[in-house]
Design a protein around this ligand. Structure first.
Ligand SMILES: Cc1ncc(COP(=O)(O)O)c(C=O)c1O
Length: 496
């Protein structure tokens, strides 16, 4: 169990102490406890948030040099999650991921990453000047999504790149599918390098045994979790955990100090302090109810003609080792409409907003904010939509195998700093891409900036278009043109 008293909320308490003292504010923010705030906004929000919207001073501590309540709040977070140290990020998991990358690799170092990473990983690689070595994830053609990378892929990539300085993986994916992270941690550690984990969609995993293993439980060295996505923290709040001596905690603090604002929101940080208390004390019950509701939704949706909501049956395939049932992915291929269409119908006609949509699916995120009433509203809307569309449209085309990962000529930092010019895609073979080119499904880059454009890729784009599938990412929405690196301005490195 926990070492510390998880009932405590030191930062929230310090802020209330500040309010109870009736402190006279001669500090920023300039609204001064809300007195100077626009009235309509204040009336809408209510007065209390302004009272705790303060800045750095002794009573409430400093995020950059914590010695008081923020230090204690972070220690409580580490205790709740079982990590060695936890840091609050008020730049979301995006900021935490960039900090993780900058903590473990320097310019020119190799870092092994899946091809389907979030753009913050690319940002971290550009900032660090590291050399990405890509691993292809596994694909599920039926539902058109990318899962995790397999332990075998990690092993092979490390054998080919024994000089890599770190490996990054995603646990679990947006759609709630997790790879065998424990096995991957063992493989990575056999090279004595850190495994860092994008756990944006996993801040709840360790609080019930009905969910996939968390990065920390699996022995990963660092992870970043969007506590604002799944558990009760306000938007922008994430946690960065350090879990081993392979990572220098002081370096992580230094990097975070370099990247984060010197004026972090105390409202946000207090919400994180309280969300940690909630998940630590009540997570098991709350999550079990959430899982029950999501499983009820899954069962009902699977009885609706034209719709499919995957569950554990998609497991035991490469890259799909464990499943988070709170994720409700509704596949509407057999309904003859796209996930984008379904998203718009739900939003415009039923005022139900899903988290995301792709060509084949919409994703409804489950959390302990769900109610039976809201779940029933979603099910009923889906029934009505099925009545209207089932049997009338055409099933969307099958996913097309994506080409080999092309040769990397420039690292992302150099490609980012290069001057790019548009050329017709069909004339671009052999040139260096200055842009991303993404294939949907499964929403994965076919080309990243700095990579050599091949005939296979140009043909593939044409094939996607001919089949009615999507290709996006270039500045030209029609993907007739692609920006390529102006060769005379390009700086090249030797990527071995
Ligand atoms: C897999 C993954 N990683 C990282 C992020 C970034 O998280 P945040 O929005 O907290 O910055 C996201 C956001 O959706 C994500 O899906």
């Amino acid at each position: 169990m926990f070492r510390l008293n998880q009932n405590e909320t030191p930062l929230f308490d310090a802020l209330r102490e500040y309010v109870n003292r009736n402190t006279i504010p001669f500090h920023v923010p300039g609204h001064k406890n809300g007195i100077g705030m626009d009235t309509e906004f204040k009336n809408f929000i209510g007065e209390n948030p302004f009272k705790i919207d303060v800045t750095v001073f002794k009573l409430v501590d400093s995020l950059h040099h914590p010695t008081g309540p923020i230090k204690k709040a972070q220690e409580l977070a580490a205790d709740a999650y079982g990590s060695k140290a936890a840091f609050f990020s008020i730049h979301g998991t995006s900021g935490a991921i960039q900090a993780m990358i900058l903590s473990v690799v320097n310019s020119g170092d190799k870092i092994i990453i899946p091809r389907n990473v979030h753009k913050s990983v690319t940002g971290g690689i550009i900032l660090s000047g590291a050399v990405p070595v890509y691993m292809q994830p596994q694909f599920d053609k039926n539902v058109g999504i990318a899962h995790g990378v397999t332990p075998e892929t990690v092993k092979k990539t490390l054998e080919e790149n024994p000089d890599a300085k770190a490996v990054l993986i995603i646990n679990p994916t947006y759609y709630g599918v997790a790879t065998d992270i424990r096995k991957i941690a063992d493989i990575v550690h056999s090279y004595n390098i850190p495994l860092i984990v994008d756990e944006a969609h996993g801040p709840h995993l360790s609080f019930t045994d009905k969910l996939p293993l968390s990065a920390i439980q699996a022995g990963a060295d660092m992870c970043a979790q969007s506590t604002h996505k799944i558990i009760g923290a306000l938007t922008q709040c994430s946690l960065l955990h350090v879990n081993s001596d392979r990572v220098d905690v002081n370096r992580v603090q230094q990097v975070l100090n370099m990247m984060q604002t010197t004026s972090p929101s105390y409202i946000l940080m207090a919400s994180l302090d309280c969300a940690r208390r909630q998940i630590a004390l009540h997570g098991n019950d709350l999550l079990n109810k959430t899982i029950e509701l999501a499983n009820y939704a899954r069962k009902e949706i699977n009885n609706i003609p034209g719709l499919y909501c995957f569950g554990k049956e998609i497991l035991n395939k490469p890259g799909a080792y464990a499943f988070d049932p709170t994720k409700i992915t509704v596949t509407c291929r057999d309904l003859g409409i796209t996930g984008y269409d379904l998203d718009m119908i739900l939003s415009n006609e039923y005022h139900i907003q899903v988290e995301l949509s792709d060509l084949y699916n919409v994703l409804a995120v489950g959390s302990f904010g769900d109610t039976k009433e809201n779940i029933d509203a979603l099910i009923n809307a889906l029934r009505e939509i099925s009545d209207k569309y089932y049997g009338k449209g055409n099933k969307k085309s099958d996913f097309i195998d994506i080409p080999e990962i092309p040769e990397q000529i420039q690292i992302p930092r150099e490609a980012f700093n290069s001057i790019n010019t548009p050329v017709p895609l069909i004339e671009s073979v052999g040139m260096i891409s200055g842009e991303f080119l993404m294939a949907y499904p499964p929403g994965i880059p076919v080309l990243c900036p700095g990579e050599k454009i091949t005939q296979e890729i140009v043909d593939y784009v044409q094939k996607l278009k001919d089949t009615g599938l999507y290709v996006q990412g270039t500045e030209d929405p029609e993907v007739e043109f692609i920006k390529v690196v102006k060769q005379e301005d390009a700086v090249f490195i030797n990527v071995e």
